[in-house]
Design a protein around this ligand. Structure first.
Ligand SMILES: NC(=O)c1ccc[n+]([C@@H]2O[C@H](COP(=O)([O-])OP(=O)(O)OC[C@H]3O[C@@H](n4cnc5c(N)ncnc54)[C@H](O)[C@@H]3O)[C@@H](O)[C@H]2O)c1
Ligand SMILES: O=c1ccn([C@@H]2O[C@H](COP(=O)(O)OP(=O)(O)O[C@H]3O[C@H](CO)[C@@H](O)[C@H](O)[C@H]3O)[C@@H](O)[C@H]2O)c(=O)[nH]1
Length: 333
């Protein structure tokens, strides 16, 4: 078995960064993506792209049948929390049911390693920062539950079969490939830094701040923003750990310190060289006041050493990608 990785959702924001990182260090990569929020032009040219839904277990079984894959990195999924509240069954279908089918195909085909994109949303509002992996798991949205159920299925499957896993719980992922190859390109994206980058490059009139009456230093919500390149580096380390025979692991991925919405927007203003228009709005339902990772486990177990822990750098990379999107006429931007 060689080093050939199946990357689900590899035409999306984070999956395309992972595909590049795997190729950069010499792994073979096949991407499976239905291109619902992803784009074929984000898939690195050196990767094979199979345009299919991961719910198509016939295609999956076929793909895995020759035994060439030694790992699956599973990024495919639906990611918008409020959308999951409005349409929970679609989220459980896409994130939970289809993950079950994928795990089953992996077990049947004897794929030994599985890395799963989980989320800080599995914790809910814990009320204590920083959050360690053993904090109570109390998701506050169908999105969070859909991911937690997949974590549980993976752990149970690993206890019963020859498969080991890495569950990585992402905090707020932002930034873009410093080499300019890929970045967040989804139309109608809701993430703060993406929305602010669109405003700074004239694609939106401005940005609304969702609530300024939180019990935080400046009244706006605090989050732990992690550069996508550091996030992906932790996936490679987790994969290497499994390949070297290490145990399954569940780990947070964040830097361990938070920034308020206002601090993020001040950084965007200074990187962009002028202020974006801000309006104050009410709280967005479901937002926790503050959520910051305790990343000690990723550091100690994976020897993860982030290199981009710098909000200004994250915003610079996000803005550079946003401007790049404007030069593409087939882009979502
Ligand atoms: N972006 C974040 O801040 C964040 C935070 C926590 C967790 N995550 C998780 O990371 C993963 C990747 O997120 P992203 O930000 O890159 O999102 P994204 O929407 O850019 O990427 C998801 C990709 O999966 C594909 N996809 C969705 N459903 C599919 C299906 N059934 N079959 C085949 N392809 C399918 C989409 O076309 C897209 O290319 C998701 O699982 C998400 O839950 C993201
Ligand atoms: O136009 C905007 C967009 C966001 N925010 C605020 O900015 C903060 C960050 O919001 P956002 O970027 O949407 O991230 P989160 O809601 O924290 O959720 C993200 O981070 C989670 C992990 O914590 C992931 O699971 C989710 O997929 C991902 O959307 C929140 O306080 C929002 O209220 C605004 O004020 N205005």
């Amino acid at each position: 078995m060689g080093r050939h990785v199946l990357v689900t959702g590899g035409a999306g924001y984070i999956g395309s960064h992972a595909a590049n990182a795997l190729i950069d260090r010499g792994d073979d990569v096949t991407v499976i993506d239905r291109l619902s929020t992803g784009f074929d032009w984000l898939v690195p040219p050196a990767a094979d792209l199979v345009v299919a839904d991961i719910g198509d277990t016939g295609t999956l079984a076929n793909l895995l049948s020759d035994g060439r894959f030694d790992a699956i990195l599973h990024f495919a999924g639906s990611i918008v929390v409020p959308e999951s509240v409005a349409d929970p069954l679609t989220y459980y279908e896409n994130n939970t049911v289809k993950s079950r089918g994928l795990i089953e195909c992996a077990v049947r085909a004897g794929v030994p390693h599985f890395i799963f994109s989980s989320t800080a949303a599995v914790y809910g509002s814990v009320g204590a920062d920083p959050v360690t992996e053993d904090a109570p798991l109390r998701p506050e949205s169908p999105y969070g539950f859909s991911k937690l159920m997949t974590e549980i299925m993976l752990a149970d499957a690993a206890a019963a079969h020859s498969i080991r896993y890495g569950v990585l719980r992402y905090f707020n992922v932002a930034g873009a490939d410093p080499k300019g190859r890929t970045g967040q390109s989804t139309k109608g994206a809701t993430h703060l830094i993406k929305v602010a980058a669109e405003a700074a490059s004239g694609k939106r009139d401005g940005i609304e701040i969702f609530g300024e009456d939180y019990p935080t230093p400046d009244g706006t919500c605090v989050r732990d923003y992690i550069h996508v390149t550091d996030l992906v580096a932790a996936h490679i380390l987790a994969l290497d750990r499994l390949r070297e025979g290490g145990d399954s692991l569940t780990a947070n991925l964040g830097y361990g310190h938070g920034f308020s919405v206002r601090q993020v927007l001040d950084t965007v203003d200074s990187v962009a060289g002028g202020p974006i228009r801000r309006t104050m709005g009410p709280r967005r339902p479901g937002d926790a006041a503050s959520i910051v990772a305790d990343p000690s486990k990723a550091r100690s177990e994976l020897n993860w050493q982030p290199k981009h822990d710098d909000l200004t750098g994250i915003v610079e990379d996000a803005l550079r990608w946003e401007r790049h999107l404007q030069t593409r006429n087939d882009s979502a931007g």
